[in-house]
Design a binder for this molecule. Structure first.
Ligand SMILES: Cc1cc2nc3c(=O)[nH]c(=O)nc-3n(C[C@H](O)[C@H](O)[C@H](O)COP(=O)(O)OP(=O)(O)OC[C@H]3O[C@@H](n4cnc5c(N)ncnc54)[C@H](O)[C@@H]3O)c2cc1C
Length: 329
């Protein structure tokens, strides 16, 4: 079995997805110096620009399949075409980013290739010649270590866990190939932009973010009151709060929400799942408030407050009000 790493590149409107460069870093950690450079696979309708960008910025060879009508991801077409290409290339690893597309594609490719499928990987280590893939489990309280028992392994990596690779000084080759496939059961007719990030959230210097530990509507009101005590502030939330309609999805911070970088981020009743951390890890100073002293959010907090969030928020509001009246206290 050839030790060849194949990377599936996501692209949009003629540009490579920025997370692709995280995938590149992962591939460089995975391969040892004796192995050839990874090969990049790309599918789509108009992919020349993104394919050239990939070869120029990574120094890797790109195999591109231009498919009329494939403006957006389609799992059936991607699976059929990629399996045909991968059966020719015979890579040892097939890697994608754990986006909605990557996580949709990986299991079907692994079934087609008879490969192990290890998803949402956050770290990779080579120990005694064995590749070990690590990812958070139990809401971030523990780390699971996986190793593959098959010749081919399909891996997805969690966005935000690997640095972005530097741009390479030399260029690889781009090869356009034609692939015969039959795929007609599903057609993507439109991709609608999501609500996007609340402009308040992206511009806020202070974000008070609410998680499931906030529990009741009245407690949310307390957090809005707390946010109101700072200028340029906003209330953010975790995905369960936006999924349940308690707060607008425009306030959601994380992998499928906004990426924020305020000076101060107060995480209120938030466990600290990796998908949330990805969105707030660039914050300047983080205060975590949680009743569970082992909550993973504390691994990312500058100040860890083990307390009931509502009680603590009320005390904080009182303390700030008192300080504002007499800043010398
Ligand atoms: C593909 C995918 C994308 C995702 N995208 C996102 C995303 O963009 N953003 C996001 O946030 N999540 C996202 N998630 C969900 C994520 O995995 C977690 O489920 C979510 O972040 C957990 O939210 P939470 O911390 O509010 O809830 P929980 O994990 O239930 O945590 C609640 C916390 O509150 C604490 N608590 C309970 N009572 C109190 C109290 N009285 N006072 C203080 N603390 C208390 C608990 O100890 C616990 O730690 C995504 C998941 C997937 C699979």
């Amino acid at each position: 079995m050839k030790q060849l790493i194949a990377l599936i590149a996501e692209h949009y409107a003629g540009s490579l997805s920025p997370t692709f460069f995280e995938l590149m870093t992962f591939a460089n950690k995975l391969k040892d110096a004796s192995q050839p450079r990874p090969i990049i696979l790309m599918l789509g309708e108009e992919i020349a620009e993104a394919a050239n960008q990939a070869s120029r910025s990574t120094g890797c060879d790109v195999v591109a399949v231009a498919i009329p009508g494939l403006a957006f991801y389609n799992s059936e077409t991607y699976k059929a075409v990629l399996l045909a290409v991968l059966e020719e290339l015979k890579p040892s690893h097939v890697c994608a980013i754990h986006t909605s597309n990557g996580s949709d594609l990986a299991p079907s490719l692994s079934v087609g290739l008879g490969a192990a499928c290890i998803t949402s990987v956050e770290e990779v280590r080579i120990e005694s010649g064995r590749v070990k893939f690590l990812r958070s489990v139990l809401g971030g309280k523990a780390q699971a270590v996986f190793t593959s028992m098959t010749d081919v392994t399909v891996v997805t990596i969690q966005p935000g866990c690997f640095e972005r690779a530097d741009v390479c000084a030399y260029s690889g080759d781009v090869k356009f190939i034609h692939v015969e496939y039959s795929s007609n059961r599903m057609k993507n007719i439109e991709v609608r932009p999501g609500p996007g990030c609340d402009s308040l959230l992206s511009e806020a210097k202070v974000i008070i973010s609410a998680g499931r530990g906030v529990r009741q509507k009245e407690n949310l009101d307390t957090l809005f009151e707390l946010a109101g005590m700072f200028s340029r502030s906003a209330v953010g939330c975790t995905r369960p709060l936006s999924d349940s309609g308690q707060l607008s999805s425009r306030r959601q911070v994380g992998l499928s929400g906004a990426i924020v970088s305020p000076d101060l981020y107060i995480a209120c009743g938030i466990s600290g799942a990796q998908q949330h951390i990805v969105g707030m890890q660039a914050s300047g100073f983080v205060v975590g408030i949680n009743t569970d002293s082992k909550a993973p959010i504390f691994n990312h907090s500058d100040v860890c407050v083990v307390a009931d969030v509502d009680e603590f928020a009320r005390e904080l509001i009182k303390a700030i009000a008192k300080y504002r009246k007499n800043p010398l206290i």
